[in-house]
Write a protein that binds this ligand. Structure first.
Ligand SMILES: NC(=O)c1ccc[n+]([C@@H]2O[C@H](COP(=O)([O-])OP(=O)(O)OC[C@H]3O[C@@H](n4cnc5c(N)ncnc54)[C@H](OP(=O)(O)O)[C@@H]3O)[C@@H](O)[C@H]2O)c1
Length: 303
């Protein structure tokens, strides 16, 4: 892989080193972002984010380029949080031809190491990392923040029909106790889920499966999490789940990380019923962040 001069590359590389938090460094900025997202008071009166009603948070003081790039990447989420108390952000790592995995389901790793660090950062800023059942079954992920300083979020498995029942004894998200896990299912499958995982790990929601088309109701999922005080929600995948949240208008922002890779007939990323006319298609406001050899497209879905 060619050397990458982008500031986010430097920020990603430093994330895996112990946090020395030199003033003005990316590590110090990351610590500031964590405190801000989690509602903790500033560590010192000298470092600060200024709130401007029209422009949102602004970074003041002397900061390295990598720190400024990190701030630019996460500022939109901090701004939404300041205005509404939380956010719902989706992400997909995809090839140039729009695939999130090969046709056999292999997705590790479409994107470069900088993007893996980015995923862990999004988890660390969030209260929830939500994953579709298909991805849990395919990847058996841990969903922790082990590559960056920061707390683990609650792991939420969106599985309306409790299709993961056979995996409760073996899937890492159920076996590993380093973070809480909530199995989010429709209330009709409550007793089966509770019998497998225990009542404390099941969030059974009436109407989570929509009667009209049998798909999960993303708004009900978000409302159920918010009713538990979980307001910063990161929808990490897969393509079906992120597409449903997008189509149902439940995402504030979407981070699409595009890798210079061609997969062919793989698992698709975004799929939804679009308009017939090009003029009616959405053209969301966006920011593009170089991330190693990938490009991260941060789409504003509320603009
Ligand atoms: N590149 C990335 O950013 C990224 C991120 C995450 C995952 N992935 C990859 O995405 C693929 C999975 O994503 P996806 O879009 O197919 O699904 P998904 O969004 O993770 O999950 C939703 C789908 O899972 C199905 N499902 C429910 N229980 C299941 C079970 N026990 N086993 C298998 N499927 C089950 C659901 O079917 P019903 O609707 O019928 O209930 C639904 O279609 C995997 O290959 C994973 O490696 C990529």
């Amino acid at each position: 892989m060619p050397a990458d001069p982008s500031p986010l590359h430097a920020a990603a590389a430093s994330a895996e080193r112990p946090a020395h938090a030199q003033p003005g460094s990316a590590e110090a900025l990351w610590a500031l972002l964590l405190r801000q997202a989690h509602g903790a008071p500033p560590a010192s009166s000298g470092e600060a984010l200024d709130w401007q009603p029209d422009a949102g948070w602004a970074l003041r003081g002397a900061w390295a380029d990598a720190a400024r790039a990190l701030f630019a990447l996460f500022k939109p989420l901090l701004d939404i949080q300041a205005r509404t108390g939380g956010w719902v952000v989706g992400q997909l790592g995809q090839s140039l031809d729009g695939c999130v995995a090969t046709r056999t389901g292999e997705s590790r790793f479409i994107n470069g190491p900088e993007n893996i660090v980015h995923l862990h950062r999004l988890r660390a800023l969030s209260e929830v990392v939500l994953l579709g059942a298909g991805s849990v079954a395919a990847d058996n992920p841990l969903l922790t923040t082990r590559k960056v300083p920061g707390p683990n979020p609650t792991r939420v498995l969106l599985d309306p029909r409790a299709g993961l029942a056979e995996r409760v004894a073996s899937a890492q998200v159920f076996v590993d106790r380093s973070a809480p896990t909530l199995w989010l299912c429709d209330a009709r499958w409550r007793s089966q889920a509770e019998a497998r995982a225990g009542a404390g790990r099941v969030l059974a929601v009436p109407g989570l499966l929509r009667d009209d088309d049998g798909t999960p109701d993303a708004a009900r999922a978000v409302a159920a999490l918010r009713s538990r005080g979980l307001r910063r929600i990161f929808v990490e995948g897969g393509g079906v789940t992120v597409s449903r949240f997008l189509a149902q208008g439940c995402l504030d922002r979407l981070h699409l990380s595009v890798a210079p890779l061609l997969v062919g007939n793989g698992r698709p990323g975004l799929r939804f019923d679009g308009p017939a006319r090009l003029a009616d298609c959405a053209r969301p406001a966006h920011r593009v962040h170089p991330m190693g050899v990938d490009q991260l497209w941060d789409l504003d879905l509320r603009g």
